[in-house]
Structures are given as structure tokens and as C-alpha cells.
Design a protein around this ligand. Structure first.
Ligand code: SF4
Ligand code: SF4
Length: 334
């Protein structure tokens, strides 16, 4: 039986909310199946602050073995790297100090969500809390823990990025750890488990046909591909969101929202609107991964010339249904 401790710092709790919506199987059931004992989780456990602190202290005193340490939310180092922005409840000790000590006791250290992995949304803008990730600050190695940090099983921090994380990404990673199936070669260049980053969000998107003919949406409720105008980064974003349905089904793009590449370091600072594609000379600045610009221009020109009428009209047809009598660009009246 492996002991798992889950802590939270500078985040919104959305990764836990996502995890709790896992339904096949649900979180607690999957832990049982994987032979994992949940020592404590701030949203689920019954133990009070005092009792939780006893668990943490027992870990530091080697009375309880810590197999897996999960952190959700970024580390808040302000002011002046003291960490007093976030004091651990019931103590007068900064959370970052607890985290550093616990990370040296854990067999595996796991960052859940882009905040914990790279700083994420919490580190956006002026970053007054000096938020960073466990072992990264944006795309630069080294966060609260040094770039050289290794957990007791000789692995760096495992970064299950995403904002929020898909529950499967967390549950499968935990089960791989429990089955001794997760090694360094299973992690990508930003230490994310490859099983979900070897795909692009673009794979399986239900707007792929529009993409092929560059039949593009021009406003949020249109049916067309959102790459050309609406800021969609699905062709660059490494995640399997459109292959692995989210609980309840669907994904951002199937819901009509552009992919903002939330599994990537620094996604929170796109330097342009999340919902507008930056262009140079009419050509999108961010091109699909590995695609040379000349190819993109040639292919999209050809594709646009060959766009079937059905797709040309469909791209800007409204996915939203209007009340009868309201002018409509192609949606169904209700
Ligand atoms: S990664 Fe996103 S969902 Fe998760 S805690 Fe941070 S802001 Fe919330
Ligand atoms: S909307 Fe985005 S993910 Fe979907 S086909 Fe277009 S570029 Fe790809």
C-alpha cells in the first residue's frame, strides 16, 4: 500500500474539482484499485488541521513513509523569497518550507496542474506573490525546487500540467507510479507524462474537416475551425483532450472555445488575446507544430480554393439556436 499526501497552495482548487468529477472509476475507487492510501487531502479528508499537521510531522520524523507527494497550486515565495504570503494553517511556518522538506521525503513528487508545474495562472501578470512551479518557473527549469531535484526514486517532479488537469491524467499517472511503470523516459521535455502529451488537441477535434479546407469561424458561436481567427492553439497544444472525452463528454473546442494550450509552460501569458489569432501579413503567427510557413501558405491557399460549398457556408453558421423570428445565420430555430 502506497501513502499519498495531497497539498494545495496558490491555485483555484479547479484541479481537485476536476478530479472529483472522475466517474469511471471515481477518484477514491481508483486509489483503492491502485493500492494507494490517501493520507490527507484538504478537500476530502475528515482530519482537522491539527490532525493533518500530525501526519505531516510524522512524515518528517520518518514515522510515516511518504510514497507520493502531490501538490496542486503554485508556490508563493513573496515577500522577498520568505514565503510568508502563504503560512501553513496552524503553524507559523511558510508553506514553501514544508514543501521543500516533504519533497525530500517522498519517493515520487507530482505537480498537479499547470500552477504546480510551472506557476500557471497564479504567476500571470505582475506576479505579486512571486508564484512559481515546483521545479519550473514558466519554461525555465528550477522553481521552488532546484533543476537538479530528484525524489527518492531518482525522478524529477512529474508535471501533470493542464488548467485544470483531466482526471484521467492524474489517475493514470498515479496508477503507473503504483505499478512501478513510470520512468524518466515516460516523461516529455517538460517532464509531463507522454501518454497524454504525445497527441495534439487538434487530433480528433470535431472541426477537423473545417480545418482541412481552412473554412474558418469568425465569431465564437460559429461552427468553423477556430485557428485562423479565434486564437485556437489546438495544432500546437500537446494534450489528448479531443481523443479522451472529459467527464460528461466534450472538450473546450467541441464547446466552441478556442484551445489556449493550457498544458504548456507560460500559457497564461500569450501576449495577445486568448480569443484572437495574431497575424502577420494575414498569416497566423503561430503555425501547427513542425509545419514550415511556406507549406502552410501553399496548403491553405489550395485548400481555400477547393473548399466545398457545404463547409464554406457551415464555417460561419451559428451553432447557437435562436428563438423563432430572430435573424439567424444558419442555426436551427427553436
Ligand atoms: S492549474 Fe488551473 S485549475 Fe488547477 S489550480 Fe491552477 S488555476 Fe486552478
Ligand atoms: S478548432 Fe482548433 S483544434 Fe479544432 S480543428 Fe481547428 S485548429 Fe484544430
Amino acid at each position: 500500500m502506497l501513502n499519498l499526501l495531497w497539498l494545495q497552495s496558490g491555485g483555484c482548487g479547479g484541479c481537485t474539482m476536476s478530479l472529483l468529477s472522475a466517474n469511471n472509476p471515481h477518484f477514491i475507487q481508483q486509489l483503492k484499485v491502485s493500492n494507494i492510501n490517501l493520507l490527507w487531502h484538504p478537500s476530502i479528508s475528515e482530519e482537522s488541521t491539527h490532525q493533518a499537521l500530525e501526519i505531516l510531522t510524522d512524515i518528517l520524523e520518518d514515522k510515516i513513509k511518504l510514497d507520493i507527494l502531490c501538490l496542486e497550486g503554485s508556490l508563493l515565495r513573496a515577500p522577498n523569497k520568505t514565503g510568508f504570503c502563504h503560512i501553513m494553517a496552524g503553524t507559523n511556518i511558510p508553506f514553501i518550507d514544508w514543501m521543500e522538506k516533504l519533497a525530500n521525503k517522498s519517493d515520487y513528487t507530482v505537480a498537479v496542474g499547470s500552477c504546480a508545474a510551472y506557476g500557471g495562472i497564479t504567476s500571470a501578470g505582475g506576479n505579486p506573490t512571486d508564484a512559481c512551479g515546483l521545479q519550473y518557473e514558466g519554461h525555465i527549469a528550477g522553481g521552488l525546487l532546484s533543476a537538479q531535484y530528484k525524489s527518492k526514486k531518482n525522478l524529477p517532479v512529474i508535471n501533470i500540467s493542464g488548467c485544470p488537469t483531466h482526471p484521467d491524467w492524474v489517475l493514470i499517472t498515479l496508477s503507473m507510479i503504483a505499478n512501478n511503470q513510470l520512468a524518466l523516459e515516460d516523461l516529455d521535455e517538460y517532464l509531463r507524462p507522454k501518454f497524454f502529451t504525445k497527441h495534439l488537441v487538434h487530433h480528433g477535434c470535431n472541426r477537423n474537416e473545417y480545418y482541412e479546407f481552412k473554412a474558418s469561424a469568425i465569431q465564437p458561436t460559429d461552427l468553423g475551425c477556430m485557428m485562423e481567427n479565434m486564437g485556437c492553439l489546438g495544432t500546437q497544444a500537446q494534450a489528448d483532450c479531443n481523443i479522451r472525452p472529459w467527464p460528461g463528454g466534450g472538450s473546450c473546442t467541441s464547446g466552441g472555445f478556442a484551445c489556449i494550450n493550457c498544458t504548456a509552460p507560460d500559457f497564461e501569458e500569450p501576449r495577445q488575446s486568448f480569443m484572437k489569432t495574431p497575424k502577420l501579413g494575414g498569416i497566423p503567427v503561430g503555425l501547427p507544430l513542425d509545419m514550415p510557413k511556406a507549406w502552410f501558405i501553399a496548403l491553405s491557399t489550395l485548400a481555400k480554393a477547393a473548399t466545398p460549398k457545404r463547409l464554406k457556408e457551415g464555417a460561419t453558421a451559428d451553432v447557437v439556436s435562436y428563438k423563432s423570428g430572430t435573424p439567424n445565420k444558419g442555426g436551427t430555430d427553436v
